[in-house]
Design a protein around this ligand. Structure first.
Ligand SMILES: O=C(O)C1=C[C@@H](OP(=O)(O)O)[C@@H](O)[C@H](O)C1
Ligand SMILES: C=C(OP(=O)(O)O)C(=O)O
Length: 428
C-alpha cells in the first residue's frame, strides 16, 4: 500500500501518453500465436502487460524486452505443455478473458488464477458457452478456473453488454480451429471500439473475420502471420491530461493517432464539450488549454467508453450545473465498483455526486476542498483523484496510489515532470 500526497497546482508542457494497453495486449497475443518472430514497440511494462507476457510465455512463446522493443517468437504449432498449466493473470481482466478461449483452442489444459478483484469479476459468459463447445470448466464461482479439453468450432451465442472482452477472446481463438464458427450477439454490443481494435490487429496479423448481422463469421484453419508493428498511444490515458487542462493546465499531447479506432478517442470531443480549448497543430500534437469560463456541464452516454467515466465525472464535478452519466452499469465490475468509488472520490474532495442504477448524477461545485481519497486499488480512480488535486483548495491524500502500476507506472513521474506536486510515493 502506498499513499500519495498532492498539493494543488497546474501542469504545463508536452506529454506523450503511454502505448495503448489494449493494443499491446492484443499485439502480444497475436504475436504469440504467429509463426516466426514479431517485433512490437513501444511496449511499456505495466502490471497488466506483464501478466499477458507471462501467460503467453507459459503457453510456449519466447519473449524478450530490450528497452521498449518487445520481440516475440510465436508458440510452435505442435507445442503443448503436459498436464495442467498454471496461468496467473494478475489483476488483468483482458489477459484472463482473452486467453481462456485461446488456451482452449490450443487444446491446453490450464488453471487460470487472478489477484485483487479479478477472481470476482464475471466469467459466466464463458461458463455458459465453452462446455457446449467441448471445454469443461471447473470453478467454485470465479477464479481459479480450470479448463480441460479442445475447443470445437460452432456457433457461439453470447451477450454483447457484459464485457466485450469475451467477444475479443473468441475472435482470437476461433480462427485457430479446424472448422468455421459464428459469434452471435444476444444483446446489443457495448464497448464497440474495443472490438474494432481487435479486428484491426487481427487483420494486421493476417487473420480475417467477416461481420454478419448481429455478429461475426470466422473461418477456421487460419494462420497468424508474424509482424513488426508500432503500438499506438493510449487515448484512455490521454483523457487524464485533458482533464488537467480543464482544471487550469496548459498541456500539449503528442503521439496520438487521430485515425485510431480506440473508442476512448471520444475523450477529445467530450472534453471540448466541457469547454477545454484544443488546438490541433501541424505536427499532429494537441495543445489543450483551460475553458474560458466555468467547465460546462453535459450529459454523457458511457456505453462505448467505460474507462473514461471516472475522469469525466471528476471533471463534471466542477462544472456549472448537473451532468448525468448513463449506460455505465458495467463500471460496477471493473477493478473496483467504479460508480461507487468515483462518487466516493468526488464526495471526499467536497464535491457532490450520486450513484444511479446505471451511472452517476454529478452536481457541479465551484472547487474541490481537498481531503483523503480511497484509491480502492483502482488505477483509474487514483489517476482521476490526482487530476482533481490540481483544482483543490487544500492537499489531497490518495490511498492505494500504487494501483497506477496496473496501466501507467510512470504516471506520477510524468505528473511531477509537468510541474505537479506529488510526494510520499516512490516514483517509478
Ligand atoms: O478489450 C479491452 O482492451 C478492454 C475492454 C473494456 O472492457 P469491457 O468490454 O468489459 O467494458 C475496457 O473497460 C477495458 O479496460 C479494456
Ligand atoms: C478495466 C480495465 O482493464 P481490465 O478489464 O483489462 O482489467 C481497465 O484498464 O480499466
Amino acid at each position: 500500500m502506498s499513499t500519495a500526497v498532492l498539493s494543488p497546482g497546474r501542469l504545463s508542457g508536452d506529454i506523450k501518453p503511454p502505448p495503448s494497453k489494449s493494443a499491446a495486449h492484443r499485439a502480444i497475443l497475436c504475436a504469440a500465436l504467429a509463426g516466426g518472430e514479431s517485433v512490437l514497440s513501444p511496449v511499456a511494462l505495466s502490471d497488466d502487460i506483464k501478466a499477458t507476457i507471462g501467460v503467453a510465455e507459459a503457453l510456449g512463446a519466447s519473449i524478450r524486452l530490450c528497452g521498449e522493443v518487445l520481440t516475440v517468437s510465436g508458440i510452435h504449432p505442435d507445442h503443448r505443455e503436459g498436464g495442467t498449466l498454471a496461468l496467473p493473470c494478475g489483476e488483468s481482466g483482458s489477459t484472463l478473458r482473452f486467453f481462456i478461449p485461446v488456451a482452449a483452442a490450443l487444446g491446453q489444459n490450464a488453471v487460470f488464477t487472478g489477484e485483487g478483484k479479478l477472481p470476482a469479476r464475471p466469467i459466466g459468459v464463458y461458463l455458459d458457452c465453452l462446455p457446449e463447445a467441448g471445454v469443461a470448466c471447473r470453478t467454485k464461482g470465479g477464479l481459479p478456473l480450470a479448463i480441460d479439453g479442445q475447443l470445437a468450432s460452432g456457433v457461439f451465442s453470447l451477450p454483447g453488454d457484459v464485457s466485450s472482452q469475451f467477444i475479443t477472446g473468441l475472435l482470437f481463438a476461433l480462427p485457430l480451429l479446424c472448422g468455421d464458427s459464428e459469434i452471435r450477439l444476444t444483446t446489443p454490443l457495448q464497448s464497440a471500439g474495443y472490438i474494432d481494435l481487435t479486428l484491426q490487429i487481427l487483420s494486421e496479423f493476417g487473420v480475417a473475420v467477416e461481420p454478419i448481422p448481429g455478429g461475426w463469421r470466422v473461418k477456421g484453419g487460419q494462420r497468424y502471420r508474424a509482424k513488426t508493428c508500432t503500438v499506438e498511444s493510449d487515448w484512455s490515458q490521454a483523457a487524464f491530461f485533458l482533464a488537467g487542462a480543464a482544471f487550469g493546465s496548459d498541456l500539449t499531447l503528442t503521439g496520438l493517432r487521430f485515425d485510431s479506432v480506440q473508442g476512448d478517442k471520444a475523450a477529445l470531443p467530450l472534453f471540448e464539450g466541457f469547454g477545454v480549448r484544443v488546438e490541433k497543430r501541424v505536427d499532429g500534437s494537441l495543445r489543450c488549454t483551460p475553458p474560458s469560463g466555468r467547465i460546462r456541464a453535459q450529459d454523457i452516454d458511457a456505453a462505448q467508453i467505460p474507462d473514461l467515466v471516472p475522469i469525466l465525472a471528476v471533471t463534471a464535478a466542477l462544472a456549472d450545473g448537473d451532468s448525468r452519466i448513463y449506460n455505465a452499469q458495467r463500471l460496477r465490475i471493473k477493478e473496483s465498483d467504479r460508480l461507487k468509488t468515483t462518487a466516493a472520490l468526488i464526495q471526499a474532495l467536497g464535491g457532490h455526486c450520486e450513484e444511479t442504477q446505471d451511472g452517476l448524477l454529478v452536481h457541479g461545485v465551484k472547487c474541490f476542498t481537498g481531503g483523503t481519497v480511497d484509491g480502492a486499488n483502482d488505477h483509474r480512480i487514483v489517476m482521476a483523484a490526482a487530476m482533481a488535486a490540481l483544482a483543490a483548495q487544500g492537499e489531497v491524500t490518495i490511498r492505494d496510489a500504487q494501483a497506477i502500476n496496473k496501466s501507467y507506472p510512470s504516471f506520477f513521474y510524468e505528473y511531477n515532470r509537468l510541474g505537479g506536486h506529488v510526494h510520499g510515493i516512490h516514483l517509478g
